[in-house]
Structure formats: C-alpha cells, structure tokens
Design a protein. Structure first.
Length: 264
C-alpha cells in the first residue's frame, strides 16, 4: 500500500462514517486492506479503493467499514450508567424510548432492555429500545441474540436465568436471548454522520453513544451532538464514554454526572 493509498483510504472512511484514522494507524490500515484485497483476487489496494470510490452503493462499502469499526462491547459495561438509567425511567411517563446508537453486537441494547424490564412495573407496553450500528454484520449478530457464556459473565445469574435460554448439544456453552426481551428492541443499520437510518420522527428519553465520538474530529462531534439534541426530549439523557467530554462544545446539553449529559 502506498502513502497515497493510505491517504485515500482514510479520506473515504472519514467521509463515510466520520472516523479519523491518524498516521499511527497506517500499519493497521495497510494490513487490513492488503489482506482483504488479496481475498478479492485484486493485485493492488488502489484497485479496491477505485471500486469503492466509483461505486458509492456497492456492497463492498459494508465490508470496508467492517475492516475499521471496533466492536468492543460488553453486557452492563460501565454499570453506573444503567443504575442512572434505572433511577431516571422510574419517574418518566410512557411512552419511554431509549436509543442504543452504536449497539455493535447487541450487548448494550439487551442490557438496556433488562434494566427497563427490572425497573418498570409494566414494561410490556409503551416501552421500546431502538438499537443501531453502522456495521451491518454486527447488527445481524445483535438481532440473533446468541452469545457465549463467557460473554454473558457480567450478567447477574438471576437475570441470566430470567432472560436467556442456555444452549444444549451443539450449542453447549452458548445462550440465546428470550423472545420476551428481544421483542422490546428494534435493530437497524444507521450512519451517525450521514443521517441514513436515523430514527426520524422519534423523540427519545435517553440515547447511548459511548466510545464512538472519540474517533471523530471536533466539527463532526459538534454535528452529531446537534442531531442528538433534536432527537432527545428536553430533560432526556445522553450517555457517553468515559474518555469523552463535550461540556464546552454545546449549549444543548449540560453535564449531569460522570459521562452523562442532560438535554436542556
């Protein structure tokens, strides 16, 4: 991969999904693109980039995005967020809607759904979780709701028994989300930058967007925050990652607590 190929690849990924890949990522980009280019039977990385550049609707865009998106997630990751969510929804009037805007393989969305089920007296009506991600393959895995027991270790045993079926036979060591939990969640592919797939016409009580905007530059962060401001109800919450801070970037949100903002 030439320096020009690297520059071109980073331009394409930033324009498509907002992720900024610095020079320190050049080896990773070269490795990922090199391996995938060979898998396609192409001789040069530039040929693959041509395919993307001249075919904006190509299915290859999904695979290209998957090469650089990080699906690092876990059930009940940053537990204090779910404690705050539980206290928050107790006093909210229905309908209650929560958006997991970078749901990856679904652990966050199912953690939200379990929190709502355990907190609300009647969670089976007027309560919904919308879950989306840019990576279509991750969304499909989330929709299936099948996880290894190792991935499920953060889930308390009572919740594991209540909301998951343990696999047997060839599925030993796996578990599947029960339909009672799955039906609360609507999974979709969405692009936080272009707005494609955004849940238009919906207002949310809370949005989770954790450890995502850290990969965006400042103008892109401001753009996404403005869109979130139009999507979250006044008094609603925005949950972000532990290394993300937007206090001085927007007047639409005020810091409520550790990595939690309230819509003004």
């Amino acid at each position: 991969m030439t320096p020009y190929d690297f520059s071109r690849a980073t331009r394409l990924i930033k324009a498509r999904i907002g992720i900024v890949l610095g020079n320190h990522k050049e080896d990773m980009v070269a490795r990922n693109l090199g391996l995938y280019t060979k898998k396609l039977g192409l001789q040069e990385v530039s040929e693959y980039l041509d395919l993307l550049d001249y075919n904006p609707s190509s299915i290859e865009w999904e695979r290209f995005i998957s090469l650089f998106t990080i699906n690092h997630t876990a059930f009940f990751r940053e537990q204090h967020h779910f404690d705050i969510l539980a206290d928050f929804v107790k006093d909210r009037q229905k309908p209650i809607t929560i958006w997991s805007s970078a749901c990856s393989t679904g652990e966050e969305a199912y953690s939200i759904a379990m929190t709502l089920q355990e907190t609300l007296v009647t969670p089976d009506s007027g309560v919904q979780v919308f879950a989306s991600d840019i990576d279509s393959s991750a969304v499909e895995r989330a929709r299936q709701g099948i996880y290894t027991l190792e991935r499920l270790e953060p889930v308390p045993q009572p919740l594991l028994k209540k909301y998951f079926y343990k696999g047997t036979g060839s599925f030993n060591g796996m578990a599947r989300v029960k339909p009672s939990l799955q039906k609360m969640i609507e999974f979709s592919v969405a692009n936080l930058i272009s707005g494609e797939g955004w849940p238009s016409g919906r207002l949310f009580d809370a949005v989770f967007c954790r450890n995502v905007m850290i990969y965006f530059d400042k103008p892109t962060q401001a753009q996404v925050l403005e869109r979130f401001a139009q999507t979250i109800k006044p008094g609603g919450l925005l949950f972000v990652g532990h290394s993300e801070s937007f206090t001085h970037m927007t007047t639409a949100f005020k810091l409520k607590g550790q990595t939690v903002y309230v819509r003004t």
